[in-house]
Design a protein around this ligand. Structure first.
Ligand SMILES: [Fe+2]
Length: 281
């Protein structure tokens, strides 16, 4: 097999990888192509067949070191780095709350000192329609801000919490151990991509609580202004899932959300892997 082709999507971000079998991704020369495509396009789509958790852990290692997620109950039994994410809408209304919280724009892990560098999502079961995942290019959001706003936020830091009153929905319940592992953390409001040097607005509508050094009202108003830019369609790509797809996104410069618009009772199941990252700067 020749080198895989990186085909940029006609969208605000993303590229599709053609001619790559999932089993070959972790080969060093292929992994280098995938990592460069990710840094440059912020999202890559690799179509293919369904993988076992073990095959997915191996695929994910192309992008770095897979890390186990905080919520124990989601870990797949024999491969703790692979989580089983069930977002099926239950007919009795008892859908896992995490699925609903994913409805608003967020980046994974920002409540951690060293958030994930990238996330992989692999579709195992899909509803008959709906359930698109949307992605937002946070380089282009930052660059679209008025000069005066950029001056106001450059150098500012913000508090990210496991939950914030600013989020529309509440997160999953944590055990005492999981709560102890998730204290509030501080991150820059504008971060620099360590591989490309580009600056990105670092927002998370589910976790970002307030900007340090501002009163709550002033902080809320500024965060609302930044959020309004990020909500504009011109910064987005919506992924229509096919079974077996792997979508990998760069958490350092994107946000994502899901359309919870699919039929109740139809299974929607993904395998997810988070890749270890560095402290944002
Ligand atoms: Fe997420």
């Amino acid at each position: 097999m020749g080198s895989p082709q990186v085909v940029p999507l006609k969208a605000a971000l993303g590229a599709r990888i053609e001619g790559l079998g999932h089993a070959d991704a972790a080969k060093p020369e292929i992994a280098a192509i995938l990592c460069r495509a990710l840094a440059e396009n912020l999202l890559v789509v690799v179509p293919g067949n369904r993988m076992t958790p073990e095959q997915m852990r191996n695929f994910a290692s192309a992008f770095g070191k897979p890390k186990p997620q905080v919520l124990r109950y989601k870990r797949s039994g024999d491969v703790p780095e692979v989580s089983i994410m069930v977002s099926t809408l239950m007919t009795d209304g008892t859908t896992d709350k995490t699925a609903l919280r994913s409805e608003d724009w967020h980046t994974d892990d920002s409540y951690m000192v060293t958030p994930a560098k990238a996330t992989l999502l692999h579709s195992i079961e899909l509803p008959s329609h709906g359930g698109m995942t949307w992605f937002c290019n946070m380089h282009s959001v930052y660059e679209a801000l008025p000069e005066a706003t950029r001056r106001r936020i450059d150098g500012k830091r913000a508090i990210h919490a496991y939950d914030t009153q600013r989020a529309r929905n509440r997160p999953s319940q944590r055990t005492a151990q999981e709560i102890a592992e998730t204290p509030d953390v501080e991150h820059p409001l504008v971060r620099t991509h360590p591989e490309t040097g580009r600056r990105a607005l670092y927002l998370n509508f589910n976790r970002l609580d307030r900007i340090i050094g501002m009163e709550r009202a002033e902080s809320d108003a500024l965060l609302d202004e930044l959020a309004a830019e990020a909500r504009k369609d011109k910064h987005h790509y919506g992924h229509p899932w096919e079974l077996g797809d792997v979508v990998i996104w760069d958490n350092r410069a994107t946000m994502h959300r899901v359309d919870v618009d699919y039929p109740a009772g139809e299974p929607r199941v993904m395998q997810r892997v988070l890749i270890e990252g560095d402290r944002p700067y």
